[in-house]
Design a protein around this ligand. Structure first.
Ligand code: PHB
Length: 399
């Protein structure tokens, strides 16, 4: 299987950056650092279910960065141990433990779903394995449960939606309905939205929830119509976002009660959403038309390699590989020199396709939140909705 082929044919398997399927490496079971020995990266991500496209985008872009560097980071060939976490929190601790204890990964990269992330954080804290979160926004991971060995290249849930309330009020929408999946990410995003919206003078007149990953929206759409808010704000992503945007439009709501959200609503989904998504405004730390050389180069290479347009998830996966590279370079590939590696990754500035961002003290990006609007198959950049937005990281005490 090619290194750039992210299709999962078995639930778990080992891949080397050279494309060879390997048996367990002898280097993985000893802690002796041998220059040139493969470095094992555990990719724990969703490859099935509503977030499958998110896991694939992260995997693609992580591998793209490694491939751009000749398949090696700081002299170490990268070997992947890939695991489908199915966005199932109940399996998270077992899955992450297996990667660390049985597969002896040197670095854990994952995941997408905040509930699964909490299980991974537990394993990371207990084992001390270096961990990079390429999506899941669970506040605790860089808040009360922050740790020296846990880094994030994506966002906190709060960060993705903090600016949205101000944007909506500025556009004259002083009352809103909220709708999302009822799980950690949806709840934290609701908290972030409510805080920003109420501060800007908005009022939430209806709260609607459904269990993750349900997509039976009809009854709830009827409730939105009956509540007659000025606008709707929401969090959905992946397959669920495709269906929600289409159902919202088909119910005749879009023209009467404009739809807003954080940008997951329309990122990586526009081809499938088509006309239903046109004109929708969202906030996020990436957009499709940023005037940045780094972004142009990334988008070109990604499109050439995968015959697909990249999205925010791809950017976060790419930056996870960039961050790992910075750490490894500082220790000449000796991933066991954990302290020196962590020191190099702290306070770093990442030259990202989203624009340069700085790692906060709690190990989370400090980044601009962009206002975007859907035009055709692009989330077009409109303006910077919030400059250098930093999560407050309440409760984070780095040991
Ligand atoms: C999350 O569960 O943290 C999550 C999932 C999908 C997204 C964003 C956040 O697009």
């Amino acid at each position: 299987m090619s290194i750039l082929d992210s299709r999962i044919t078995r639930r778990r398997f080992i891949q080397s950056a050279g494309g060879l399927a390997l048996a367990a490496s002898p280097f993985a079971t000893t802690h002796v650092f041998a220059q040139g020995a493969p470095l094992r990266v555990g990719l724990m991500l969703p490859y099935t279910g509503t977030f499958a496209s998110l896991g694939n985008a992260i995997t693609n872009a992580f591998k793209l960065y490694v491939a751009e560097n000749g398949g090696k980071l700081a002299g170490r060939t990268i070997e992947y141990v890939v695991l489908d976490d199915e966005s199932d929190p109940a399996k998270a601790v077992d899955n992450a433990s297996r990667l660390v204890n049985r597969d002896k990964v040197d670095v854990l990269v994952g995941t997408v779903h905040s509930g699964v992330q909490m299980g991974m954080v537990k394993v990371s804290r207990e084992s001390g394995v270096l961990s990079i979160i390429p999506n899941a926004g669970a506040g605790a991971a860089t808040g009360p449960l922050c740790a020296p060995n846990i880094f994030r290249t994506s966002f906190t849930n709060w960060q993705t939606i903090h600016a949205l309330g101000k944007v909506m009020v500025e556009r004259g929408h002083k009352t809103a309905a909220w709708i999302s999946w009822k799980y950690a990410a949806g709840e934290e995003m609701f908290g972030g939205f409510k805080e920003g919206y109420e501060k800007a003078g908005g009022k939430i007149v209806k709260e609607l929830w459904l269990p993750f990953p349900n997509v039976e929206f009809q009854a709830l759409l009827t409730e939105i119509a009956a509540a007659r808010p000025s606008a709707t704000a929401c969090f959905f992503a992946g397959g669920g976002a495709v269906k929600f945007v289409k159902d919202y439009d088909a119910a005749g709501l879009k023209a009467k009660i404009p739809l807003f959200g954080n940008g997951f609503l329309t990122d990586g989904t526009l081809q499938a959403q088509g006309a239903a998504a046109q004109g929708v405004y969202t906030t996020l730390h990436y957009a499709d038309s940023l005037d940045l050389e780094r972004d142009r180069e990334f988008r070109l290479n990604y499109a050439k390699t995968y015959k697909l347009q990249p999205d925010v998830y791809a950017v976060q996966g790419y930056d996870a590989a960039q961050l790992l590279h910075i750490g490894l370079k500082a220790v000449k590939g000796d991933v066991k020199a954990t302290k020196a590696m962590i020191a190099a990754m702290e306070g770093v500035t990442i030259d990202s396709p989203r624009g340069k961002w700085k790692m906060s003290r709690s190990h989370n990006p400090i980044q601009d939140s962009y206002l975007r609007q859907v035009v055709g198959e692009q989330n077009k950049y409109v303006s910077v909705a919030w400059k250098a937005l930093e999560d407050p990281a309440r409760g984070c005490r780095m040991a």
